[in-house]
Design a protein around this ligand. Structure first.
Ligand SMILES: Nc1nc2c(ncn2[C@@H]2O[C@H](COP(=O)(O)OP(=O)(O)O)[C@@H](O)[C@H]2O)c(=O)[nH]1
Ligand SMILES: [Mg+2]
Ligand SMILES: [Zn+2]
Length: 317
């Protein structure tokens, strides 16, 4: 008999899958489930729906097939490698945990995350944590302005405090029945938030050793935690960003929704919104209808996309 299950943990050589009854089984990969055109170091990832064969005498099953993925997020297997590592598959929501202070998340980092989510076609959620620390003069206005900026573009934004519990209920309501991937710089409170959302979990927080690695060479593996009301959170310890997506120069503007909308009014079809006459985007930046920080994030991704060799990961998309 064949069983379908979801991969909830990847421990390197083996996986843990959970079936519809909630039973967890350790399993191994049999065969090769490569994504066409993409060299990956792992054939199966957390979030994958898989077919399992009969368990052997030791209780271990073989994964005999991977169901088609709705989407997946990858990172480079290592800095120098051309191979990719699949971080997670079948994600409903990409959550960026950011902070306006202690530490400060840069707008470039936020915008790069949002553009990457657009490129992967995964809905994004912006969570500003540690709002209990916004006590300086002007802090409330800053939070309001940032929430207004991203909401006006169409993103969902929630300000929370994992420490005091403020707005954790709205976050839990939003995440209900979704599979959400949590990303963000170390120290922003991802683990504390996951603990607040999954009662009884008690993961270790404030781990300084993890904050020193770049996420490129670590052997930490993704794991999915069940939300009590349905759905799950995928935590990717040691991975700060949210996958890699190598943007094609002419497509960068497609991943900035407010810029993309305006670009229809540019004089030239192939306007890069950098120097061309009759550019509706630059006009909107000058008139403060597009935020300068968003425009400068756009320019920085555009510049990177124009660098030689920028397209070497695109084959699999
Ligand atoms: N004041 C305050 N501190 C927080 C909050 N959330 C997390 N922290 C603290 O921030 C530090 C880093 O949290 P952690 O969850 O380990 O961050 P991670 O690296 O993103 O997983 C810890 O000392 C937490 O206690 C919050 O909402 N308010
Ligand atoms: Mg953590
Ligand atoms: Zn333009």
């Amino acid at each position: 008999m064949k069983t379908t299950a979801i991969i909830i943990r990847n421990t390197g050589s083996s996986y843990v899958a959970r079936d519809a009854s909630g039973a967890e089984t350790r399993c191994l990969v049999k065969g090769n489930f490569r994504i066409k055109g993409l060299r990956t170091t792992n054939p199966v990832a957390v979030g994958d729906h898989v077919d399992l064969g009969e368990p052997g005498p030791d209780g271990v099953c073989y994964i005999t097939g991977v169901l088609p993925r709705r989407n997946y997020i990858i990172r480079r297997a290592s800095n120098l490698s051309k191979a990719a590592h699949i971080i997670a598959a079948n994600i409903d929501c990409a959550v960026l945990v950011a902070t306006l202070a202690h530490p400060t998340t840069s707008f470039t980092f936020i915008d790069r995350f949002l553009a990457t989510a657009e490129a992967y076609n995964v809905p994004a959620l912006l969570v500003f944590n540690k709002i209990d620390l916004l006590t300086d003069e002007g802090d409330d206005e800053l939070l309001d302005a940032v929430e207004y900026l991203y909401r006006s573009i169409g993103y969902h934004v929630i300000g929370v405090s994992a420490a005091t519990g403020r707005n954790i209920d709205s976050l839990a309501a939003y995440l209900k029945d979704k599979v959400a991937l949590f990303s963000g710089n170390s120290g922003v409170g991802k683990t504390t938030l996951i603990n607040a959302l999954v009662p009884g979990l008690d993961l270790r927080t404030g781990d300084l050793s993890a904050s020193h690695d770049t996420g490129m060479h670590t052997t930490t593996f993704s794991e999915m935690y069940d939300l009590p009301g349905g759905g799950g959170i995928i935590d990717t310890p040691g991975i700060r960003g949210f996958g890699v997506f190598d943007f094609k120069r002419e497509e960068v503007s497609h991943y900035f929704p407010e810029i993309f909308k305006l670009s229809k009014n540019c004089r030239f079809d192939n306007c890069t919104h950098t120097h061309e006459p009759g550019c509706a985007v630059r006009e909107a930046v000058e008139e403060h209808r597009v935020s300068e920080s968003r425009y400068s994030s756009y320019l920085s991704i555009l510049e990177e996309a124009s660098a030689p060799g920028a397209d070497k990961y695109r084959a699999g998309y």
